[in-house]
Write a protein that binds this ligand. Sequence first.
Ligand code: C2E
Ligand code: MG
Ligand code: MG
Length: 708
Amino acid sequence: MSQHPRIRVLLVEDSPDDARLIHVLLGKATEADFAITHEDRLARGVLRLKQDRFDVVLLDFSLPDSFGLNTFLTIHETAPKVPVIVLTSLDDDELAAHAVREGAQDYLVKREVDTRLLVRSIRYAIARQAADDALRDSEQRYALAVQGANDGVFDWNLRSDSIYFSPRWKKMLGHAEDEVSPNPREWFERVHPDDIPTFRRRLSTHLDGESGHFRLEHRMRSADGNWLWVLTRGLAVFDSDGKPLRMAGSQSDITARKVAEEKLQHDALHDDLTSLANRVLFMDRLSCALADFERAPEQQFAVLFFDLDRFKNVNDSLGHPLGDKLLRGIAHRLEHYLRPGDTVARIGGDEFAILLNRINDIPGAIHVAERIQELLGMTFSIDGHEVFVTASIGIAHSATGYRSPDEIMRDADIAMYRAKAAGKARYEVFDRNMHQSAVALLKLETELRLGVQNNDFAMHYQPIVDLESGRIVGFESLVRWMHPERGIVSPNSFIAIAEETGLIVPLGWWVLEESCRQTHLWQSRFPSDPPLFINVNVSGKLFMKPGIVDRLMEILESTNLLPESLRLEVTENVVLEHVDIALDNLNQLRAMGIQLSIDDFGTGYSSLSYLQRFRYDQLKIDRSFVSRLSHGSDSRAIVETILGLANNLGIGVVAEGVETAEQAERLRQMSCPHGQGFWFSRPLTADAAGNLLAAGPEWFTGDGGLPA
Ligand code: C2E
Ligand code: MG
Ligand code: MG
């Protein structure tokens, strides 16, 4: 097979001799293969033209079913895009010229024709037709462009290398009619330097015939020196050799749209309130930093993730508008402090993240963290209020070795939680161990969820003893997690997680119900006066629940326990952190007859004066004081003070963690009414506790409280 182009020719010719001649001539052609389809009537030719594709039509004028110009017009209408070459005899020369004016590409006098002439005519006809079509297309487009009255139009004659710019084109750029020369270089000079490489590339691609059209959004300098966003569109017309002759097109002002787009883009990547980067942008920058680091390991970086300590308090006490202003003030300080290459983002409510590029080592990142603490610690004056904040900062450094930005954020977050847990207003640098414990924590969380679902819990009970008489007056109920693999798990290892995950709520209701049920059972089996009471630990989360009072009422009703037998143990911090709700709930509970016990008294940040304010029924002296009773006199003084005050206020006292006979005796001498601890008994299963009750006054064997 030859590599030559294949040209499909429709020959419409009624004279067999002339048809053979054309066959012979084209058969000799070397520069192309001609596939000739021959028809001898116009009607058949038209039919063919409708069915098949042809590159060119060779048309005899005088056919049995048509004559003259009409022959051409019929063919031309049938396929306006297929070039037609008219074949004539000498005597209808005039007619043929007419056909050319009507759109025929060429005419040839049959007797003069030879291979070279015929082939050249065919090839030119095809090329010209293509150029005409392109021109028609582009002319339609200019017409469209000009119709849009706002568009400027240009028409570049590439042969003479001069450009016509329409008045509107010039006006768009703020130029008067005579201010713009037809020199194309002036055009390029007006294009923004950042856009010019693309502009030139696209232009040459188009002029080389490699792109269907030229289209580019770019900036142009206007007469007053400002930059305008424009959309330039253009289309070139080529000659038969593929050389561009002319390029014309339009220019529209798209500045308004671009500005809107830029604003949209800005908004999508920035935080409304502070105008700092948002999470999306931050993660993007972090990806870049990571990629740079992978390419060039000396390009280290660090992420500081932090959250304001007690920001909620600011919001609650001073109001949201002030909280917002504080956040903006913080953003402002951070931005001023950081270096241009760094990114500071607001990730959430009071959470910020900072990407430090080019930070050499961990001490470098720590230095920044310390500086941030200082910045936040300087007072902000907002609407006449002096506010300052502290933050807990987690640091993750590229040296740890990361594969994804999410991993970095996760670790910075873990470190931040560490800092918070360690007492706030601090920073922590992430290390691998933290990750391990975070993973372990997550596992525990999942298991706990399951545990709550399956109710893998049991209540243990520890006697509360009247120190004078030695009798059991009540119990504290203590929850145990009966873990399928780990065995009995102490509440110290899961209550905090249960609170964080909210699982404490379903668990807490169950604890209350079970404790009340059990106590009522004991009360009816072992009646006493006053009846046995039960101390139940209640988490802050549960205590703050709006429906707690109603729910407690239900529980008491369904278990038949008198409210006076139930004592809720809460830690002092729970009450202090939500004074308003707490007071409200407290009063309602008290109105119901339920008693309130303050747990671990002396370890929180309340002072003795709070005892009066909240009018608790009972306080439990933390075991740290009890254990030190035998050593110095400090603890003894404190315990004596507490006991004295409680006595004055008519509040009951339980000393926790009594471990020795000596401690029990001291407390008795100090007139501490009740005690609880390993000396008397460890927490017991319900059955074992029931056995103690069944033993009556002789329950205590004085063997250190170890259950028999
Ligand atoms: P807590 O309320 O202060 O409970 C007393 C804790 O001290 C219990 O630990 C108890 O076993 C332990 N203890 C009792 N006597 C002694 C002693 O003589 N020496 C020493 N060293 N320890 C003694 P447990 O059962 O591990 O409970 C730990 C904490 O978990 C409790 O402290 C309480 O705050 C919480 N907790 C227990 N059960 C529940 C519950 O059902 N709900 C909630 N929200 N918290 C609970
Ligand atoms: Mg307790
Ligand atoms: Mg306690």
